[in-house]
Design a binder for this molecule. Sequence first.
Ligand SMILES: C[S@@+](CC[C@H](N)C(=O)[O-])C[C@H]1O[C@@H](n2cnc3c(N)ncnc32)[C@H](O)[C@@H]1O
Length: 315
Amino acid sequence: MCFTSREPKIGFADLEADGSAIEHVPVLANTLAEQINLLPDGVMVDATIGHGGHSFLFGEKLGPEGVIVGLDVDENSIRRAQLKLKDLACKVILLNSNFSCISEQVHKQGIEKVDFILADLGLCSGQLADSQRGLSFLVDMPLDMRIDKRLKRTAADIINETDEKTLADLIYRFGEDRASRRIARFIVEHRRRQRIITTGQLAAIVCRALGRSGRKSRIHPATRTFQALRIAVNNELENLEKLLASAPDLLNKNGYIAVISYHSLEDRLVKLNFKENQRQNTYNIITKRPLVPSREEIAANRRARSAKLRIAQRY
Ligand SMILES: C[S@@+](CC[C@H](N)C(=O)[O-])C[C@H]1O[C@@H](n2cnc3c(N)ncnc32)[C@H](O)[C@@H]1O
């Protein structure tokens, strides 16, 4: 389903309550800028515009003939990007849309091909802090997890309505948690007594299920279960596959695609897609190995720690 809407008009005051006023620092921005050569009349699609940090860097290189098409499923991100990009010389088109529909959205703007597609996957800093979004296990919030509020199914719906085996498979497949069966059993036992409606409840159940082994781990015991649910609620891998499949036809000759991913499931999809396109003589892979942030960048921005950047160029 491809929903779209044009950017809403707002001011900064509207951004305060929902976490989107929190500054998002673009990851691997300098590395990306060094690798991508965009001419002043270039056309770029920022498939995950977020707060517009990456687009701003490229936008500064574009002249009045240049175009940025920015997509985001989160209306708050679109609003934030609108403020960030408002003084650029180039044309900026912001669309509240899923990148799974990238070609359709770009073509609707009368643009046939583009010079650069960027996808910086995952979340903006403010989205994790948003008390209504239910993405954090560190603060008790409604168990929602929809980045796009137009989606129907929340994480609470999945947790309370999915049978035990399917739930275990989901936690294993999208969270890569080897204790998925035990976690699913604890969830199902709990929901027989009481519906699970907050992130705090779910985090506590996962911690109980993992007991001691969870406490020894470097990451919070609920990290993988939360990742799995977020991926399922937002169809993240399916959307990424659609974006990757659309890219070759949308790119001009010598155009670039760059993807920054934050977990191995996403990175694997990107790597395999680029390799397959290279095999078919569609792409030249620029990054033989993924580019990762320096120690300094990670020290300054913890969100960057798991980032991997892969770039390919259209033949
Ligand atoms: C990491 S942030 C991007 C930050 C941006 N590069 C910047 O510099 O400000 C990721 C953004 O992608 C959006 N997003 C996630 N999945 C999406 C999808 N399938 N289609 C469009 N936007 C998506 C999120 O709402 C979020 O705003």
